[in-house]
Design a protein around this ligand. Sequence first.
Ligand SMILES: C[S@@+](CC[C@H](N)C(=O)[O-])C[C@H]1O[C@@H](n2cnc3c(N)ncnc32)[C@H](O)[C@@H]1O
Length: 321
Amino acid sequence: MTLPSPEICRRIRNLFRLIGSPNANEAANARGKLTALLTDHGLSWNDITAIVAAADADDAAQQPQQRKPAATPPQQTTDPQVNILDLVLAALRKRVRLRTRIRDFADQLRRDKLTKLCNKYGTDKGDTVAGCHGYAAIYHSFFKDLRDKEMSVCEIGLCRTSTTKVPSLTVWRNYFSRAKLFGFDIDDFSTVKIPNCTIVRGDSSSREDLRKLGDLGPFDIVIEDASHASHHQQITLAALFPFVKSGGLFCIEDLHYQPEDLEPKDAPKTRDVIRNGYQSPYIQDSEAAFLRANVKSVRFFDSNDKRNEDSHDALVIIERG
Ligand SMILES: C[S@@+](CC[C@H](N)C(=O)[O-])C[C@H]1O[C@@H](n2cnc3c(N)ncnc32)[C@H](O)[C@@H]1O
């Protein structure tokens, strides 16, 4: 017997398989076609075994060529230990991510209202923005019972990066429901509109500018967060403390960090000045005497700022008697 072409072999094989079909019509139909095909090619039923084998062999020979090459070969290693290591590392990473998410969620629950607001509006008084000083938690412990009182709150220094945003005043607006707010800055923030809030433009090294601000007082709370230069902090404290109400608080932030370009060589640090009875070349004798006579208590607090070697006693809260 001479084998017919591969195509005919395949047709014969396929018809032969259909003869075993449970569908009687299909089986009879296949038998008829197969008989005709064998006759046409001078073959007999005895030849079928060899023809089926030839068709299968031909299919098998063609299979590797027909298979499409994989776009990217699967990254498999033959070393089972490496695969297990990858799996373990992936599981650990997943666990660490989960732990971080749980910790962040727990932190969020633990945070006080003021810290949440500071983080939300982007001031570094909170614990997630820039220096992450953490002053807000300290302020909250002092201010929480004052939130719904009619008060006067003043912040010196409004925003380093923009003159259309005032993160800290926005925080105070959301924190103190009935307070009158005042802001003071050397830059022009006149386009900013916040309900029940007045913004004054002025220089915190100028007693005259500070007095104009003081005339809008007296204030229950003053927060000094402007240039952080020692002499500016001291002039502001000396000029504005008389405008703090009895029982009111004067806060100065960032006593631990002074910008080199603004800091005079001879300037004593403000925390030392406060500890030493307000003696400073930047505080007049009468101002120092007023401070000594009217300060009821002084409390220092650390910053959580990790960028500085020493973040101790970075915030002071001075209470007027
Ligand atoms: C640290 S930012 C204030 C941040 C803001 N208090 C907060 O918590 O988001 C410092 C601000 O102080 C202002 N400033 C710098 N030098 C000043 C000066 N001599 N008098 C008044 N404001 C000054 C800057 O224009 C800037 O807006």
